[in-house]
Design a protein around this ligand. Sequence first.
Ligand code: SIN
Length: 537
Amino acid sequence: MSVAEKVDFLIVGAGVAGLRAAVELAEYGQVLVVTKEALGESNTHYAQGGIAVAMSGEEDVSLHLDDTMNAGDGLVYRDAAEALVVEGPLRVEELIRWGAQFDREGGELMRTREGAHSLPRILHANGDATGAEISRSLLAHARQHPRITFADWTMVTELIVRDGRVIAADIFSRESVGGHRLRRVSARAVLLASGGAGQVYSDTTNPAVATGDGIAIAAQAGAELADMEFYQFHPTALSLPGVPRFLISEALRGEGAWLRNHRGERFMERYHPQLELAPRDVVARAITREGMGTVPGESFPVYLDMRHVQGLDLHQRFPGISRFLAEHGLDLHRDLIPVRPAAHYLMGGVRTDLSGRTSLTGLYAAGEVACTGVHGANRLASNSLLEGLVFGARAAQAILTDSLELESVEAVNIEAMDTRLTPPDANSIKAAILKLRSAMWQYAGLLRDEETLRAGIAAHEEIAAQLRDIAKPGQGSRSLFEAHALASVAQSILLSALARTESRGAHFRNDYPWRDDVNFQKHSIFSKSGQIAFEAW
Ligand code: SIN
């Protein structure tokens, strides 16, 4: 029997959580980091607003905790939020030592404010390119480590489980010659750090790589998912026909931007005392309602307005956004900017403890792919980069502790697998993905009810059946794997949303428009069989 290729630690994803973990793990063994496109293409890279971190002492730490708890609408796991806000400053100081350059004024770190933050505590880099700077600095640091190997244009398609333990993964890569390659790699531990699944919705701020692959392979292997009904819709993505839903950062509202409806009214006073800086779910629903016409299908534009903001050079403060808008003939100083909500961040994911351990031995998860409960039902703005740093480091520490106890992978004989696949029909896959994404937007978007969710489930079943028929033996392609991942994520969102008969945070049910703490101050748990249970933690 030929034996599969071996590494000590396999990391799926090269965003902030994966890279932070890689740096720690490489001190103790060989690390393979796989990433689906070129290095640097991740949700981390596109984060504009910044990184929320309490760098001004005890009071700031305790207020950051309060703000995180309040935004999460009664569902934040306090221990996770404490870990985030207490360890956050240490992780950011470490990142600065490793070379991250945040914007400064007179040598001091500049801090801005975003929705539902009680203090200005958001650090940013190059104005609106914070994620890109964090990604750049972490990658440069990780690249110096001789025990970290990167495999780009590569994805994990399946986790191999033996006796309840994840022992290997099947890895699919695009090869320059000889077609696509699928091979098996064994590891002492696998860390999922593969980010979110925004592509499950037709309208998303996420890049094309965000197809929920990590969540899907974990569920397929039998790991529990949690809180999948909580998808955060960012209130302000650019809304221009034929133009991608480019993110217009919440930091603009932090700098004083107002929201106006098509009649020119500043409407947020009708929805929340914090106006434009209300929690994200409230602002997103308000925009949706203001944009609805009175007859089905009728809709009106909603705008972000910065024309009144004085004494701030908006082009300098938001260079990336200004550049993108200029390409479409818009200027923050001069124009109303048409905006609408778009899927942005998944609060749910693979259920983990505070150290990234999933319900399967040998499998860990950190960052957006994971659900520690740190965000509850609605993530506080700019908490996700911090989450990646803190929980990436924690997961690495847990892997190191656990792998001393785990049976060494050397002792497990894993049969090699190395094969070539030919791609199936790309057009049918593309059509199925488009159908799924628009069904999810229509039936499981910002406002849901039993009827829409059941329609979504029916659409999902039909599309999943089509996908099963597309590939013949020996066929496979990245888009086919992604389509299966999206379908699996869609199913868990739809079933979890149907089971939660209340409204809380990002999950709003028209038929249950209230929060029901008696029955639902609990996290939903999705298991492979499609069953949903609710658990308090
Ligand atoms: C933004 O800049 O508005 C996005 C930041 C985040 O999602 O936390």
